[in-house]
Design a protein around this ligand. Sequence first.
Ligand SMILES: Cc1cc2nc3c(=O)[nH]c(=O)nc-3n(C[C@H](O)[C@H](O)[C@H](O)COP(=O)(O)OP(=O)(O)OC[C@H]3O[C@@H](n4cnc5c(N)ncnc54)[C@H](O)[C@@H]3O)c2cc1C
Length: 402
Amino acid sequence: MELGYGTQHEAFREQVCAFLRGHWPPRETDAASASPEQIRSFRRAAIDAGYLYRNIPRRYGGSEQEPDILAAQIIREEFGAVRAPTELTGQGPQMLAPTLLERGSEWQKEHFVRKAIEGEHIWCQGYSEPGAGSDLASLRTTGVLQDGEWVITGQKIWTTHWKRAQYMFALVRTEPEASKHAGISYLLLKMDQPGVEVRPLKQITGDAEFAEVFLNSARTPAEWIVGERGEGWNVSRSLLRHERNMIGSANRSAGLFRSLLRLARKTRINGRPAVEDPQIREMLASIYGYVETQRCSSYVQLTRELNSRDAGTLPMFNKITDTNIGQAVSKLAQRLLGPESILAPRGQPPGRTSGNEKWMNQFMGSLGMAIAGGTTNIQRNIIAERGLGLPRDVAAAGVEES
Ligand SMILES: Cc1cc2nc3c(=O)[nH]c(=O)nc-3n(C[C@H](O)[C@H](O)[C@H](O)COP(=O)(O)OP(=O)(O)OC[C@H]3O[C@@H](n4cnc5c(N)ncnc54)[C@H](O)[C@@H]3O)c2cc1C
């Protein structure tokens, strides 16, 4: 494994740092109080300079750079170090756009990619159904082609981003005669139409991040299919890979750990900064060990990709480590904040917020990460069976992973 980036890439790092010094934070503003307009204009400048959306052609809104995994890593590191805005997050930019680039038709790329990465179109993912989560290929929502339109009937669940989403990418059974996996197509549809009914699911936080989406003869044009009829399972495979990459990022864990460290410096135990308490130090050191392990395994993944070798089960390993780090960080943050940490995270009247919303939401979110994008149980089974060659888990026999 080569850990050094080499002189050429270190020179590139200098260019990135010089760009950041010139552009971030915007003049007379600190990073935290930059306006949405300033953030948008910074992103535009970073795209023009070739630092964001590198793998997306300019005609679809990207910066169209030669693939260079080390350069991409350097950009992540340096942008992260000064907390500069990076590529937009969410299911549109991070999942749909790469999927369309890989599997979409020319008009789909032209019509949807730029708007997804600029956040003009907000997308949600219509995959899970009651009875089809881990065993996703059991999904029962149907799509029938009638007079140049897909007519879609069924139910989706756990739909995140429903509040703002104008569009959904969905897996739908269009070939009822075909076998389980071969009968599915990948369709795009508008949310704002009479056939789509959204019912929010209220969470313990009082918020409703998820919704059930009922599709009652919802309609979408025949050409809003990605890939061919019955190819949706394979299209969704590329998408799940993007989702796991999105969830399992070593940089996110490192950023989270830095926030925890700031909290430990700020909080006091027996009149001293918590970061000086021996028990807290031990816990911090243990989490830091996992953060560094994840960084190391990300480098292994990078090296494999550089050598055009399959990353195997490493992305799954990284997703599990990422989930575990998120949970460990949240638990320690709660310990540092004490009873205050359970003050209601959202929806408080002005002036009554605890200031700890971020940590409470991080805690709640960290539990969900063990489920989203493929549960930890299933990922462990795949690592065991495909990675280590262990026999199939008898308890899970007959159930497909998603
Ligand atoms: C934060 C979050 C956001 C989400 N966002 C979306 C979204 O936007 N769109 C969307 O479509 N879905 C979304 N989901 C749903 C998510 O994809 C599913 O929850 C997930 O696939 C698990 O499915 P399930 O909930 O039906 O659980 P199940 O599949 O019923 O699993 C229940 C339990 O059984 C275990 N299990 C099941 N099968 C096996 C097996 N073969 N081997 C071992 N253990 C097994 C699981 O690990 C789990 O512990 C989201 C979920 C979360 C938590």
